[in-house]
Design a binder for this molecule. Structure first.
Ligand code: ADP
Ligand code: MG
Length: 261
């Protein structure tokens, strides 16, 4: 049974999509069979992994609402062992349409159940909201990764997110764990970056991943090539950091591998 990890933070621009793409690609490079689900109507993970959202008309949402078989919409990527459930802009209307459905928070869980045994990891890229689709993702997930940008107001909104996670644990998904808080866009030269690291570690202690993701231009350029950074700059700081994160997560989950990668 694959481990389902949601990447969530209702704040935009904190590195959710960058993490979903690059963590998933790194897990695949470590030869874990990995599926990324793009659950954001902005479809940045879809385009970042080389598929034009304009050519996509079926997403996780149609699986949730219209009963489309998820297996029929899974796409291959340039990375071996990495597959994608794409997104497209119509996801925007989804939340409104879903309001009257029975068990509306548990739709994604049911959809994912059909393919869980085919993968080692299933990574869900959430949109910057705590709306119904994100709640579905957190209900379907075994754990959540919370990216936090090493910037001003890093902790802003975290309380609300942690509270939402608590409510979901109480009402919908008692087994949901916090896989870790991930510090992103770290700049070693900036005092501020270092202060944020200190503050977040002080508050959240061992909930914080050891691995810190540096600010790295290759990570921001890579989506325009339709590739994760590891596919064209495997030795770059950004790609290496996400590979370290993949190792850290594998070890944490008792799936550590010894490789030279
Ligand atoms: P989110 O999905 O949370 O909105 P993104 O992953 O799209 O955030 O990141 C926001 C912007 O910051 C994007 O332009 C992305 O390329 C850039 N970015 C994310 N992480 C890094 C990083 N570690 N170094 C440099 N740029 C980054
Ligand atoms: Mg995003």
């Amino acid at each position: 049974m694959g481990k389902v990890i949601a990447i969530a933070n209702q704040k935009g621009g904190v590195g959710k999509t960058t993490t979903a793409m690059n963590l998933a690609a790194s897990l695949a490079v470590l030869e874990f069979k990995t599926l990324v689900i793009d659950a954001d109507p902005q479809a940045n993970t879809t385009s970042g992994l080389g598929h034009d959202p304009k050519g996509i008309d079926t997403s996780i949402y149609e699986c949730m609402v219209d009963g489309i078989d998820i297996q029929s919409i899974i796409l291959k990527t340039e990375i071996e062992h990495l597959e994608l459930v794409p997104s497209h802009i119509d996801l925007v209307g989804a939340e409104v349409e879903m309001i009257n459905l029975e068990n509306r928070e548990e739709k994604m869980k049911g959809v994912i159940a059909k393919v869980r045994d085919k993968y080692d990891f299933i990574i869900i890229d959430c949109s910057p909201s705590l709306g119904l689709i994100t709640i579905n993702a957190l209900t379907a997930a075994n754990s959540v990764i919370i990216p936090v940008q090493c910037e001003y107001f890093a902790l802003e909104g975290l309380g609300k997110l942690l509270n939402t996670i608590k409510i979901i644990q109480t009402r919908l998904n008692p087994d949901l764990e916090i896989e870790g808080i991930l510090l992103t866009m770290y700049d070693v030269r900036l005092r501020l970056s270092n202060q944020v690291v200190e503050e977040v570690r002080l508050h959240f202690k061992n909930l914080v991943f050891q691995t810190i993701i540096p600010r790295n231009v290759r990570l921001s350029e890579s989506p325009s090539f339709g590739l994760p950074a590891i596919a064209f700059d495997a030795d770059g700081k950004g790609a290496v950091a996400y590979l370290n994160l993949a190792h850290e997560i594998a070890i944490k989950n008792g799936m550590g591998k010894t490789t030279d990668a």
